[in-house]
Design a protein around this ligand. Sequence first.
Ligand code: HEC
Ligand code: HEC
Length: 152
Amino acid sequence: MKKLVLALGLALLAGPARAGYAPPVTDPLTVKACGECHMVFQPAFLPARSWGGIMDTLADHFGDNATMAPDKAAHIRKVLMEGAADTGGGRMGAKVMRRLDPGSTPLRITQTAPFLRKHDLPASIWKRPDVVTRSNCPACHAAADKGDYEDH
Ligand code: HEC
Ligand code: HEC
């Protein structure tokens, strides 16, 4: 019985069981390369084909040049595609896939239907000086880097 209670307790604490949780990237190379200019976005917010598209266009990455050595890029592509909404993205990934336009390959999380649905916020919030851009998740979700979007 004690063992069962403990197991239940651990299951409740474990991230993937919680709503509003997206498994964060743990691969050191990806964390370093994709965390240089912004938060390391959780792969669960986009389907694998989108991460492929992002890795194919690093030379013009939203106006920045984020090119890297081909072997490094291949490794990171694999990490992102394995954690994507339609692969290893868990409960958050499944939620994203349910609402995503099936014919689309969005390169921005912030332009997907699931994001827009949860972020129909007053314009005054987006204009807060600390927000800067919609992709600045940590401005409103203090633990965004840990994949926790429930408390904000
Ligand atoms: C040289 C700086 C730089 C690096 C390195 C970089 N990015 Fe970006 N990234 C940007 C900029 C600038 C934007 C646009 C931010 C905005 O408009 O809000 C962006 C936006 C994004 C977005 C879209 C955010 C949204 O609006 O939903 C994704 C996804 C993304 N980056 C993924 C990655 C991945 C994956 C890597 C690693 C392979 C990476 N980035 C590395 C600069 C960078
Ligand atoms: C300007 C503030 C702001 C920014 C920036 C922002 N969010 Fe949010 N987000 C919110 C608010 C407020 C809610 C709650 C909306 C609701 O519950 O209806 C929310 C809800 C969410 C949820 C739903 C949580 C749940 O319990 O289901 C997710 C997931 C999420 N945001 C992810 C992101 C991601 C990823 C980014 C960055 C790419 C981001 N947010 C950027 C304010 C923000």
